[in-house]
Design a protein around this ligand. Structure first.
Ligand code: SAH
Length: 404
């Protein structure tokens, strides 16, 4: 099949060859007439050299998304090849794990596609008009490579509108007697019950799973009694804390009633509910109230700050910094000397150095001394592609609050 040809005036070959698939309008020299949204095109460089096969979107800032730098047909076997490569890598970096992000968009060579696997359930989300058109081959490939018992399309995300796509949810495959709202999975020895159909994201923040494990390990080294989990979501850090024998009390804070209910359920499922209290509240308000005039006996041994990104673009960074600063100042006041602060940012626009400087300036403000003892990042099933700076977004540091 011959594809329409799009010519580039400028070919950033190094970037594209190394896996960065976005081509902006300024690089494009000519586009054939009658090209439609989501059409596959053959991309040629200024010297007529082949750049690859891409999908075209006339209304998007990302005018072309390159699917392959080879000359190949984009069909079911193309998707199977991508899925197999992604699976091979996950099996290496997360041996024994049955729940992971299998396709993380650009990082896995499929810009605009997310596929999450939770044991025998597979959920996918498409945010590219081009991939939307190729959905049938993609679904067939998922079926062939993974043979899931449940296959759900979770295209209920607002950012589909940037490519002119409506929100849509569909169950493509499910056994008759399985509840999609209460699907049990076990990850790293922790039981969860996921709402595959309604749940926020596809159920869990899979990018934090390896950090939950690192957190558990550090708690063994730093025996702790009282743990405060700010932005607790469905209890990822809280449950891990409560599973530690030394820990006597865990307080989890989240503004969403559904998340609080799920966290309570997860505490029960893991038999740690007597140690856990989940509170529906705004973390900023709660910290403000508790941090003023805190008595040492009410301080926490461990505090986790894992807020939402606060900033989706670089223009909102100033406001985000103020928010992070406030969180750190109050958390450091609430933290016992000798305790640990785990702090994360999932915004690409907050760099390691920026997060670190927020933590250290907050330490100055509160006249505390801290050591940075570990640095964390997104789990390895959310690969970082060095040619795509945006693919590195989740970072975190662990601070030890010095005594005296
Ligand atoms: N720590 C979790 C993920 C946190 S996601 C994990 O490891 O799985 C961020 C959470 O913050 C979401 O559950 C969201 O509901 C909550 N949230 C956002 N803003 C908030 C606020 N101001 N106060 C309390 N919770 C908030």
């Amino acid at each position: 099949m011959t594809l329409p040809i799009v010519r580039l005036g400028k070919y950033e070959w190094r970037r594209i060859r190394s896996g960065h698939p976005w081509i902006y309008p300024k690089s494009i020299q000519s586009v054939p007439d009658r090209l439609e949204t989501g059409d596959l095109v053959q991309v040629l460089g200024p010297r007529e050299e082949s750049v690859g096969v891409a999908v075209y979107h006339p209304g998007s800032k990302i005018r072309l998304r390159v699917l392959t730098t080879e000359v190949e047909v984009i069909d079911q076997s193309f998707f199977e090849k991508r899925l197999r490569a992604a699976l091979f890598y996950r099996k290496k970096v997360l041996p024994g794990s049955n729940s992971f992000r299998l396709i993380n968009s650009e990082s896995d060579g499929l810009s605009g596609l997310i596929i999450d696997v939770y044991e025998r359930a597979v959920l996918f989300q498409i945010t590219s008009a081009g991939l939307e058109k190729l959905k049938t081959s993609m679904i067939a490939a998922i079926d062939n490579v993974l043979d899931p018992e449940i296959l759900i399309e979770r295209n209920d995300v607002a950012n589909r509108k940037f490519e002119g796509l409506p929100e849509h949810k569909e169950v493509h495959k499910t056994p008759p007697n399985v509840s999609l709202n209460a699907y049990p999975v076990t990850i790293d020895g922790v039981s969860y019950e996921l709402d595959l159909w309604e749940g926020n994201k596809t159920g869990l923040y899979l990018d934090q799973i390896q950090n939950h494990s690192k957190f558990s390990k550090l708690l063994e080294q730093f025996p702790s009694k009282r743990v405060l989990d700010c932005f607790s979501y469905v209890g990822g850090f809280s449950i891990r804390a409560a599973m530690n024998d030394q820990v006597e009390e865990v307080v989890g804070l989240d503004q969403s009633a559904e998340c609080v209910a799920k966290a309570e359920l997860h505490a029960k499922l893991n038999n740690v509910d007597p140690k856990c209290e989940f509170i529906k509240t705004n973390v900023f308000d709660w910290l403000r109230e508790k941090a003023s005039g805190i008595e040492p006996e009410n301080q926490f041994d461990v505090i986790i700050l894992d807020p939402p990104s606060f900033t989706k673009n670089r223009h909102a960074v100033e406001g985000a910094i103020r928010g992070y600063r406030e969180l750190h100042v109050r958390a450091l006041k609430l933290l016992k000397s000798g305790g640990l602060l785990f702090t994360y940012s999932c915004s690409h626009h907050i760099s390691d150095d920026l997060l670190r400087s927020i933590a250290f300036e907050s330490a100055c403000d509160t006249q505390t001394h801290v050591y940075e003892i570990e640095s964390h990042r997104q789990s390895l099933d959310h690969p970082i592609n060095p040619s795509i700076p945006e693919s590195y977004y989740l970072k975190g540091f662990v601070y030890f609050k010095k005594e005296g």
